[in-house]
Design a protein around this ligand. Structure first.
Ligand SMILES: Nc1ncnc2c1ncn2[C@@H]1O[C@H](COP(=O)(O)OP(=O)(O)OP(=O)(O)O)[C@@H](O)[C@H]1O
Length: 279
């Protein structure tokens, strides 16, 4: 349940806006999560500014997915604080309330309705909880049509609006899914490995899309592809063993001896090697 400053209960549907007067939209403080005694997150602190585009990197098992799970209510931390703006305590909300409050998540695998058109997929998302049948037989208002047009424009699928989603390329399906999330007008978008499996050209367009969303939305991208991270990131957070190891611009991260040591020593994977090699 969300409460206002005086402690009165409010529901997530009452259009509660996160208070970002201090410039921060997401506060994650001293968060720990254990699985059978193993600390997947260990006193983690992370602050995301309103409208920023943040990249989250780290070796396999560093805790990136667990962090996304905590923010979206899928996993409850053992301790710590997770606030949306200054006043909304996300630990008191369930997954669907968190989504309704304005935090959208895109998983790695696209889950669009393949038999429906691109337009209809977005139309369904616009309808929210109303259900497929109600929304497909409900006549759209001019305003709703305009909104769908705007989203199609943003995700670059205007030409494909009436194609069945099943005919889209892998990259286009990913953009459609981002468009479906945008229908709910989220303040924060969590995007998990958006360019995995994409062609070079699709990767470039995804970089443009995510960069264009920042400002109006705060975007957190989890990604292993360092070239992609370099192309979009203003600020990068490196997770290691459930805590923040380093935070800064890409060049600061690349020059950080701890980051180089941990990646190269621990995993030696290509993404991490790229960080070392670039330093
Ligand atoms: N439900 C769970 N039960 C037990 N251990 C878990 C569970 N979820 C995650 N872990 C462990 O917690 C640690 C952090 O996992 P997490 O998936 O958050 O890492 P990650 O940074 O997202 O890694 P990857 O890049 O491989 O996705 C790992 O050691 C993982 O095995």
């Amino acid at each position: 349940m969300i409460v206002d400053k005086s402690g009165s209960p409010l529901t997530a549907t009452e259009n509660i806006k996160p208070d970002t007067r201090h410039g921060v939209i997401l506060y994650v403080e001293d968060v720990s999560v254990s699985f059978d005694g193993f600390k997947a997150l260990n006193d983690l602190n992370l602050y995301i500014n309103d409208g920023e585009l943040r990249c989250l990197i780290g070796a396999n098992g560093a805790g990136k997915t667990t962090l996304m799970d905590v923010i979206t209510g899928k996993t409850r931390p053992d301790k710590g604080k997770v606030n949306f703006g200054q006043q909304i305590d996300l630990l008191k909300l369930d997954e669907s309330e968190i989504a309704k409050a304005g935090i959208g998540r895109k998983f790695q695998k696209p889950t669009v309705f393949e038999a429906l058109s691109v337009f209809e997929n977005i139309e369904l998302s616009l309808a929210g909880d109303k259900g497929i049948l109600t929304s497909l037989f409900h006549k759209l208002s001019g305003e709703q049509r305009d909104r769908i047009g705007e989203i199609l424009q943003t995700i670059g699928l205007m030409k494909e609006a009436y194609y069945p989603a099943g005919r889209l390329s892998h990259g286009q399906k990913q953009w459609l899914e981002i468009g479906m999330l945008l229908a709910a007008e989220p303040r924060v978008l969590l995007v998990d490995e958006p360019v995995a499996g994409m062609t070079g050209q699709e990767t470039e367009r995804t970089a443009e899309l995510l960069t264009s969303l920042a400002g109006k939305h705060s975007v957190i991208v989890v990604e292993h592809d360092m070239a992609f991270v370099r192309s979009i990131a203003r600020k990068v957070t490196v997770l290691h063993q459930g805590s923040v190891l380093a935070e800064g611009s890409m060049s600061e991260i690349q020059a950080n001896p701890e980051v180089i040591k941990v990646y190269l020593g621990e995993d030696g994977g290509s993404a991490e090697k790229t960080v070392g090699a670039q330093a």
